[in-house]
Design a protein around this ligand. Structure first.
Ligand code: PMP
Length: 350
């Protein structure tokens, strides 16, 4: 029986990559020396960093006027590093689209005034904004994919202030036009690699001087490893990016993710028991929340699925219900199997 995890993060990683990592764990480069024991200042580790960055630049088409930083602290540390580093007017605009946006807003308030924007959403899921407020701010922050609510940004607003994007749950899963953004940031643990690594893609002109503790200052990390990074996570991330390139890049990932999520949404639409919590264009490609409309029966389904090797189908602890995260490493077979198990549960229930 194949097992799958639909965890929202840390999520599934490609099996081929994990097998390769397992094989090389004890003898990376030199006989008897593991990657975990390798200095971040060694030549062999530098080759990994260079390859990691080159691959990311290739698959995301990141231009040279952007720096790529490999940090720790998760996407959560970026909630404060961004306002800390970018405050000039000490006024920021945030689009509030969900729980993760709210957490980013809470931290930004420690560093200045936050103007909130709420998207107007029509019946097709098209978003529009009143951007009249956005002239006086240091930046506009958006959460591209709402991991908990299962919604995504459909129409990125046109603005003349830097756009900052939390791409934690859709980076590498769908194409992102990097040049539209001042900063794109993401925790690694969904589509990039193991937890403990955060990527920040930042337009170089936004890296300013600031009186900040050294780690928290973006300038410290540009074109150098400032301190000991999450070496093992970087090593695995480099292999994941190779896997993505071998599979055809982010375009191919997006095609597959559309197919996977459509398979699940189509089933949810015709099911007598399960229903999707989101409709229209705003549906996420990577996080699909759904429910039986009864919390007791949601929990029973979670257990039913677990007994059949399908793990982590519970919704986020703040909202309950059910959720399937379908990141890049989830094969189409994992979605077909989920639908099969949902059908079996439905038959047993009716
Ligand atoms: N933003 C989004 C959209 C997320 O999904 C998450 C994690 N699930 C975070 C931020 C926080 O990330 P981290 O745990 O890496 O701090």
């Amino acid at each position: 029986m194949s097992t799958y995890t639909y965890s929202a993060g840390p999520g599934m990683l490609p099996k081929e990559v994990m097998q390769e990592v397992q094989q090389h764990l004890l003898t990376f480069e030199h006989e008897g020396i593991s990657i975990i024991e390798t200095s971040h200042r060694s030549e062999s580790f530098q080759q990994i960093v260079d390859s990691l960055e080159e691959r990311l630049r290739r698959v995301m088409k990141i231009p040279e006027n952007y720096a790529v930083l490999w940090l720790q602290g998760g996407a959560t540390l970026q909630f404060s590093m961004i306002p800390m580093n970018l405050r000039k007017r000490k006024r920021f605009a945030y689009v509030d689209t969900g729980i993760w946006s709210k957490k980013a807003i809470k931290d930004a308030r420690l560093f200045g005034q936050v103007d909130l924007l709420y998207p107007r959403i029509d019946e097709t899921g098209e978003m529009s904004f009143d951007l009249s407020l956005v002239q006086e701010v240091d930046y506009l922050h958006v959460t591209l994919n709402n991991t908990i609510e299962g919604t995504r940004f459909t129409d990125i607003p046109e603005t003349n202030v830097p756009l900052i994007a939390d791409a934690s749950s859709n980076i590498l899963a769908e194409q992102i036009d990097v040049e539209r953004f001042g900063i794109i940031y993401a925790g690694a643990q969904k589509n990039i690699g193991p937890a403990g690594l955060t990527v920040v893609i930042i337009r170089r002109d936004l890296i300013q001087s600031a009186e900040l503790p050294s780690y928290l200052h973006y300038a410290s990390h540009v074109d150098t490893l400032f301190n000991t990074p999450s070496t093992f996570s970087m090593y695995v991330a480099e292999r994941v990016l190779k896997w993505i390139e071998d599979c055809g890049g982010v375009e191919a990932m997006e095609r597959l993710n559309r197919k996977k999520s459509e398979t699940l949404y189509t089933f949810l639409e015709q099911s007598n028991l399960f229903s999707s919590l989101v409709s229209g264009k705003r549906r996420s490609l990577t996080n699909v929340p759904f429910t039986t409309s009864d919390s007791e029966s949601d929990r029973r389904f979670e257990q039913f699925a677990r007994e059949r090797g399908l793990h982590e189908l519970g919704g986020h602890r703040s909202v309950g219900g059910l959720r399937a995260s379908l990141y890049n490493a989830m094969p189409i077979e994992g979605v077909d199997r989920l639908v099969e198990v949902m059908k079996a549960f439905e038959e047993e229930t009716y």
